[in-house]
Write a protein that binds this ligand. Structure first.
Ligand SMILES: O=P(O)(O)OC[C@H]1O[C@@H](O)[C@H](O)[C@@H](O)[C@@H]1O
Length: 228
């Protein structure tokens, strides 16, 4: 499926973890030590493939193999997330080319949103710590939906908040679950190879694949902002 070249895309929706920042290895490291401390033996690939893009409310019961009362879930999630933030803090920076692309998209009048399964404290940590927050008029996160990715809910909520038709939205996403979610939402998907291979992202349905934001495929750039 090729995107229509006119009219230009109405909006661009960015995943946060692994897309606006290259931080998934710190999430995986924090999940691994968290699991080990609980005596659970889980391979790193499970966090990368099965859990990336899901909400902690979905990840924790699957990891522990039981349902959790809300207080326990909040406590365990914060245990893992505070360790992740500690690990990532010294490296906190936007993915290559992100600021320049966002500047041009904003100048071109595109609606811009973040749609992430991350809890608010992690979103604030990244958006405020990188100085990227002001680019986005909408930020949708874990507390706004009950189903994370691969369900389309986060992206549909972002499109609705922007007042954009899903078919006129482009999603940037690093996780296979996220690409599946974008396609399930009826949106165009750009895979970012910080976590999964280009092949895995294409197989999940990514229309384009990029390593970072420094160079976009010409067709995509033209569709996003014709004058780009
Ligand atoms: O939707 P995003 O921004 O990729 O966020 C997903 C991440 O959100 C985090 O809160 C989880 O701890 C991660 O394991 C998960 O992968």
């Amino acid at each position: 499926m090729s995107p229509p070249l006119r009219p230009p895309a109405a909006a661009a929706i960015f995943d946060l973890d692994g897309t606006l920042v290259d931080n998934m290895r710190f999430h995986v490291q924090a999940w691994s030590s968290f699991s080990q401390a609980l005596g659970i033996d889980t391979p790193a690939e499970r966090f990368e493939r099965e859990f990336a893009g899901k909400r902690n409310e979905e990840i924790l019961p699957a990891l522990l193999g039981r349902s959790l009362p809300p207080e326990e879930l909040t406590r365990l999630a914060e245990q893992k997330e505070s360790h992740y933030r500690e690990l990532f803090k010294p490296h906190l920076a936007p993915l290559g080319g992100a600021r320049a692309l966002l500047t041009r998209l904003k100048a071109g009048g595109r609606g811009l949103a973040v749609a992430s399964a991350a809890p608010r404290v992690n979103r604030d940590f990244v958006l405020d710590g990188t100085g990227l927050r002001s680019f986005f008029s909408q930020v949708v996160g874990a507390e706004h939906v009950t189903r994370g990715k691969p369900f389309p809910d986060l992206f549909l909520a972002a499109a609705q908040a922007l007042g954009a038709e899903p078919s006129a939205c482009v999603v940037f996403e690093d996780a296979v679950n996220g690409v599946l979610a974008a396609r399930a939402a009826g949106m165009f998907a750009v895979g970012v190879t910080t976590l999964a291979s280009a092949e895995m992202l294409r197989e999940a349905g990514a229309h384009w694949v990029i390593d970072d934001f420094t160079a976009l495929p010409e067709e995509l750039a033209q569709w996003l902002v014709p004058s780009l």
